[in-house]
Design a protein. Structure first.
Length: 117
């Protein structure tokens, strides 16, 4: 960057304050290629050009349906240890422990994890 004025002539030639003229070289005559893509917003990072991603607007995005942690309570009655995504969650440990406590106390396991009617 320079603080001196640079004049640009009609043919694209730049004239610097010390009198040096520079005419831009067309792409087909260049020795080294111009690698910058024509896409606006392209970013050069560590020698590679990255193009901007086409993202879905926030209003159109959908959040996947989640399963509650209380499903782990019902899965504890399965004959083998359940390996579903709900049972593997750390937060579902509370419901597994509640099922185990009720199992030791001899409570029936109807579909009533809260214990109230």
């Amino acid at each position: 960057m320079t603080s001196h004025p640079i004049r640009v002539l009609a043919d694209g030639t730049r004239v610097y304050s010390n009198g040096v003229r520079r005419t831009p070289v067309p792409d087909h005559l260049r020795k080294y290629k111009r690698r910058k893509p024509d896409v606006p917003g392209a970013v050069l990072y560590q020698g590679n050009w990255y193009l901007p991603l086409e993202l879905v607007p926030l209003d159109d995005r959908l959040v996947p349906e989640t399963r509650p942690d209380t499903d782990a309570y019902d899965h504890m009655s399965k004959p083998r240890k359940c390996r579903c995504d709900v049972c593997r969650r750390q937060e579902s440990k509370r419901w597994k422990n509640q099922w185990s406590r009720e199992e030791r106390c001899g409570a029936d396991h109807t579909n009533n994890p809260g214990g109230t009617e």
